[in-house]
Design a protein around this ligand. Structure first.
Ligand code: CUA
Length: 363
């Protein structure tokens, strides 16, 4: 009986302090390499807050790495130090350690200090991101299923899937969405915001490196979410000026660019566009394969539906007419609405391509 009531030992095993020192060396050496490795080697920085975001990320990595090394190191050490002796029975209970005030003090204090430091670091960067600096270009980005629309204050028409900004000019970008949740993210700029219908979120950054980058939608927004990638052009001041003048000209001549002859339509481009713009409501099957609107795969060889929904004959010109103006009216006893080319943000060229594709389906 005597040995059963013996007070359990409360030591941490024979190698605790040597192991602690070894883990400290390991953490310091690996953290040093994290510290001296520029993150831009893996992902280039193209705008001003990127270096601050990277510094924050590095801080997190350094702290996380040290915690990882200590947690894993101690798990391995304790497994070895307190393993079951060879001659002990299989159901032996190990040494039970209670009340280590010193350890408890440190494992409370150290994480608390780290989290507070992280909070201060984050808030300082976040405050900087909220401040407008000097002469800024203010613009809007709107997420749609499945494209990005960009609006510039001095441009009458919006621009689709292409965002141009001049280098070294502070940008204030208001982002929102027209239909469902989308996201705005440019990895090289590091900033990211949700695009929420009815809510305007603001991003501020100053582009520093001329180049072409990807704007990625980061919220699952529907079947073509994966295709929702736009281009960000960080232009020189001259190139931006040229681009802006060109867009202003197009806007002045009526929005979607000069009229394009239907015969120039390319069905491959039309097919890709159909996936982005039409497939949410239309299948490419027969008329009866209805999603929201009828199937459009047999427009030219459907004996039961010899006319388009607006009562006109099935011709490429009349198809283009509906694509351009949209449709609102009766369809199988309920009111059907198809958005116009303007609401759908499709250009005349897009209409030519879509028409070519729809024509090709029934041939
Ligand atoms: Cu838009 Cu995902």
């Amino acid at each position: 009986m005597a040995q059963l009531v013996k007070k359990p030992k409360t030591n941490l095993g024979p190698g605790f302090w040597p192991v602690t020192i070894f883990l400290a060396v390991l953490a310091i050496v690996s953290d040093y390499y994290v510290y001296v490795t520029p993150l831009s080697r893996f992902l280039p920085e193209a705008a001003v807050p990127a270096d601050q975001i990277d510094a924050l990320f590095k801080f997190l990595t350094i702290v996380g790495n040290a915690i990882f090394i200590y947690v894993v190191g101690y798990v391995v050490y304790f497994c070895i130090a307190f393993r079951r002796p060879k001659n002990a029975p299989a159901n032996t209970i190990g040494v039970q350690i209670h009340d280590q005030p010193q350890l408890e003090f440190w494992w409370t204090l150290v994480p608390t200090l780290l989290v507070v430091a992280l909070a201060i670091f984050s808030v300082v960067i976040w405050k900087g991101l909220q401040q407008t600096q000097g002469d800024v270009l203010t613009m809007e980005a709107i997420g749609h299923q499945f494209y990005f629309e960009f609006r510039y204050p001095k441009l009458k028409a919006s621009v689709r899937d292409e965002m141009h900004i001049p280098v070294n000019t502070p940008i204030t970008l208001h982002v929102t969405a027209a239909d469902v949740l989308h996201g705005f993210w440019v990895p090289e700029v590091r900033v990211k915001a949700d695009m929420v219908p009815g809510l305007v979120n603001t991003l501020r950054f100053t582009p520093t490196t001329i180049g072409q980058y990807r704007i990625i939608c980061t919220e699952y927004c529907g079947s073509s979410h994966g295709k929702m990638i736009a281009k960000l052009y960080i232009d020189s001041q001259q190139d931006f000026g040229k681009w802006f003048a060109k867009e202003a000209n197009i806007a002045a001549s009526g929005g979607g660019g000069a009229a394009v002859a239907l015969t120039t339509g390319q069905k491959d481009k039309g097919q890709a566009l159909f996936g982005q713009k039409c497939s949410t409501c239309h299948s490419v099957g027969p008329y009866n394969q209805i999603i929201v609107g009828p199937g459009l795969g047999h427009l030219f060889n459907d004996a039961e539906h010899k006319q388009l929904v607006d009562g006109k004959d099935v011709t490429p010109e009349n198809i283009a007419y509906i694509l351009h103006n949209g449709y609102q009216g009766q369809l199988n006893g309920h009111v059907a609405v198809m958005p116009s080319a303007q609401a759908n943000a499709i250009s005349n060229e897009d209409i030519a391509n879509l028409t070519a594709y729809l024509v090709s389906l029934s041939k």
